[in-house]
Design a protein. Structure first.
Length: 423
């Protein structure tokens, strides 16, 4: 049987200072119990009429056992030093047999002796051998007390064999129980380590996901807003150079409004609120403001087609905020791409709701942004904006399609399930 101290000396074993302290507390009880057994035996000897030299021999043998336990046994129980354990066991067996030879009541010592053999000796086969030797020595001691003749020896042997069998079975059971407890402790330690690693992994994944989310939010809001501010400021500067003060004033008004919107977006991002354009308004209204702003900034007209009621009770609203946010961000990204790459003269933003699904359930909501610009270049690959858009759409169970428009240019279509629909 092993203890916490053994495992503490082996790297990776599931024991720490608390386990060592717990084992030390258990050993203290082993100490007290063994001393109590020896003292009770010492008290019982004179009560049986034991007198004279044999009583003092028995007391001397028990004193030697206690001294050996104090010097070697107790230390071996805590350190698992097999040399100390073996030295003590030799004295224990000899002292017990001598004491029993003086008086049969001294067999009370076997309760502590057998237990100590199994507690101190490793591996289990050494405890079995020591138990056999202790039983044999005790049998000889009993026979010596009765005259050491063959009939007495044959009478004592079966009784001691029963005690030996019981001690071995009990010892093996205790050893198995302690070994299983050791395995459970090891498994519990491994489980705790796995939980800690999993928690750390989840934390790292959460940090990464949050960074990606913030990056998408900044790209879809603040970065585009700052791009608009720079563009409008350049346009205002050019207008001033040409002496067109009214035109420059118009650009500066757009700069101011865009900066205010960006500031509101930044505050909402920090506070983890819903996107500012959707606070207190429907998706259709937010798209209308977005289209008007895009036209004011670029001069490119945007045709907004919202099927159903503009207040969101008809065919334009998804019925849940997450999908509305995805559609709004998709529209922002699509218009930003038109501004940067398309060179378009006209843009159409269309928001529609499909019919009910087969078997019941709400249909999908589609957002389509198309332009008449130069279209997608050969070998087109998603940039940061489109990649972020795909992740957003996928998160709500939707689909994103980017390709050429029917009459040229580019067409971006986002389809998300409405409330009551299945992703």
């Amino acid at each position: 049987m092993t203890t916490a101290e053994d495992h503490a000396a082996r790297p990776g074993e599931p024991y720490d200072a608390l386990d060592l302290a717990a084992w030390d507390r258990q050993v203290v009880w082993w100490d007290r119990t063994f001393v109590a057994i020896v003292l009770l035996t010492a008290v019982a000897l004179p009560l049986t009429g034991q007198r004279g030299t044999s009583l003092w021999v028995a007391y001397g043998a028990m004193a030697v056992i206690l001294a050996a336990y104090a010097a070697w046994g107790a230390r071996a129980a805590r350190s698992r030093d097999q040399r100390l354990a073996t030295a003590y066991v030799v004295v224990l067996i000899a002292g017990t047999s001598v004491t029993v030879a003086q008086n049969g009541i001294a067999t009370l010592l076997l309760f502590g002796a057998f237990t100590q053999l199994w507690m101190l000796l490793e591996p289990e086969r050494r405890a079995v051998v020591a138990s056999v030797v202790l039983a044999a020595a005790t049998t000889v001691g009993i026979a010596y007390q009765e005259g050491f003749d063959l009939p007495t020896l044959l009478e004592a042997a079966p009784q001691m064999a029963i005690a030996l069998a019981f001690a071995i079975m009990l010892g093996l059971w205790v050893a198995t129980t302690m070994r299983r407890s050791d395995e459970r402790a090891r498994l519990l330690h491994d489980l705790r380590e796995a939980q800690a690693e999993l928690a750390e992994s989840h934390h790292a994944a959460g940090v990464t996901a949050e960074r990606e989310r913030i990056a998408r939010e900044i790209h879809d809001t603040l970065a585009q807003g700052f791009t608009s501010v720079v563009t409008q400021a350049q346009a205002a500067t050019a207008a001033l150079d040409r002496g067109e003060q009214d035109r420059a004033r118009e650009r500066l008004v757009v700069v101011e409004q865009t900066a205010r919107d960006n500031l509101a977006e930044a505050r909402a991002l920090v506070a983890a609120f819903a996107p500012v354009p959707l606070q207190g308004s429907t998706l259709a209204e937010a798209l209308r403001r977005l289209a008007e702003r895009f036209t004011a900034e670029t001069g490119t007209p945007v045709v907004l087609d919202v099927a159903g009621a503009a207040d969101g009770s008809g065919g334009g609203a998804t019925g849940h905020a997450a999908a509305d946010v995805v559609l709004l961000r998709a529209a922002q990204e699509a218009l930003a791409n038109v501004r940067r790459h398309a060179g378009a003269h006209a843009v159409t933003v269309r928001l529609t709701r499909d019919g009910e699904r087969e078997g019941g359930g709400a249909g999908d909501v589609r957002l389509e942004v198309s332009d008449d610009g130069r279209g997608l270049p050969p070998g087109h690959a998603d940039g940061l904006g489109l990649a972020g858009m795909r992740e957003r759409v996928s998160a709500v169970g939707g689909r994103l399609a980017v390709g050429p428009g029917e009459g040229g240019g580019t067409r971006v279509e986002v389809q998300v399930p409405a409330a009551g629909g299945s992703p």
